[in-house]
Design a binder for this molecule. Structure first.
Ligand code: HMG
Ligand code: MG
Length: 321
């Protein structure tokens, strides 16, 4: 069975950025740093730790510099990445000295992009030209995000041809990784197939990542559809944290625990230890004021005796059992 799937899957953990950006309760910077360290202990190697955007627009991530100072350089083999909307954001990221990859971000629908970054799609891409150039000259890797690829909260359905158009522009700009975002979790496997059929005909699958949100419970089946089509890179968020403040109704990302469970079941390598990942999620949960959404996170471990805790504490709230 595993012959039809990529043998190894890359997971970019976006919990500290996408996961926390939408949280109402301000999470202490120390707790964020502990979260990141827990994710590293779980085996995650690519971690989007924050954003260098306008602090008044995303107050939860206004401590970007402080978090970077607390974390210091990433350990060997781990890469810290961050969202950067413009040159100002790039210079803030560079000044920390610990960001190894930046991500520029635009969308495939105009209204969302305007609300998100106060620019049209064309304006935002124009804005990225000097950003990508300087980032690469500084030795940073560059990712490009294409949001609303399977539906826009303001405009509804989005044509896959528009997604392809933006993917190609980011490709031409020099983004070595392009993350296709189902920002509001609107897509089904049929939408994933339609988008990937077009995109993978023009861009190598090694350069494509799927960034799925789980608003309607489709994220794991959508990931499976991506895997079947040869995509080997996924964004995910510990505990299923996530959402975008400028995309009404968007719920959490594909949960890292759910993705890891799926990949384990398929026998695909990914390098992440599920129980340690649950520990990292359990550490951030008390700072949020609500339970984490991930079904796999909430489910008890199985395959061991009733009295045996399988070497871990149940991270879920026992009163919910
Ligand atoms: P703007 O207001 O158009 O920027 O913001 P401006 O150039 O007109 O500047 C206005 C003021 O903001 C100036 O300050 C700038 O210095 C300041 P003043 O001179 O008036 O005192 N400013 C900044 N300050 C700090 N850092 C910066 C920065 N840039 C300007 N980088 C901007 C444009 C994009 C910056 C703004 O709209 C913004 O920050 N938006 C937030 C976007 C965001 O973080 N969205 C959520 C992430 S995207 C997402 O979640 C989707 C994704 O997960 C994929 C998916 O799910 O599909 C990635
Ligand atoms: Mg997102």
């Amino acid at each position: 069975m595993s012959r039809v799937f990529p043998a190894t899957v890359r997971i970019t953990e976006v919990g500290p950025r996408d996961g926390l950006q939408n949280e109402e309760q301000l999470v202490p910077t120390e707790a964020k740093a502990t979260f990141v360290r827990g994710l590293i202990a779980a085996g995650l190697r690519e971690i989007e730790i924050t954003s260098f955007v306008r602090p008044d627009r995303v107050p939860q991530l206004a401590d970007a510099e402080d978090l970077c100072a607390l974390l210091g350089p990433a350990p060997e083999g781990v890469r810290y990445t961050a969202l950067v909307p413009n040159t100002r954001g790039l210079h803030r990221a560079l000044a920390t000295g610990i960001i190894q990859r930046i991500a520029v971000f635009t969308a495939s629908s105009e209204t969302f992009n305007q609300r998100n970054v106060n620019a049209s799609i064309a304006e935002s891409i124009k804005r990225f030209v000097p950003v990508v150039e300087e980032a690469r000259a500084e030795g940073l890797a560059v990712r490009g995000y294409v949001s609303t690829a399977m539906g826009c909260p303001y405009e509804g359905a989005v044509a896959p041809a528009k997604v392809l158009e933006v993917v190609k522009e980011l490709d031409a700009l020099g983004c070595e990784d392009i993350s296709i975002g189902d920002t509001i979790g609107a897509g089904t496997p049929a939408d994933v197939a339609r988008v990937l059929d077009l995109v993978l005909a023009e861009v190598a699958s090694e350069r494509i990542t799927l960034h799925l949100h789980d608003t309607r419970g489709m994220a794991a089946v959508n990931a499976l559809e991506g895997l079947l089509r040869g995509v080997a890179s996924f964004d995910a968020s510990a505990g299923g944290l996530g959402g975008c403040p400028f995309a009404p109704g968007a719920a959490g990302n594909l949960a890292s625990e759910d993705l890891v469970y799926l990949l384990d079941g398929l026998g695909l390598e990914h390098g992440v230890d599920l129980e340690r990942l649950r520990d990292a999620s359990a550490g951030i949960e008390p700072h949020l004021g609500h339970d984490l959404a991930s079904r796999v996170y909430q489910a008890p471990a199985w395959g061991c005796d009733e009295d045996d805790d399988c070497g871990q504490d149940d991270p879920g709230d026992e009163s919910d059992a």
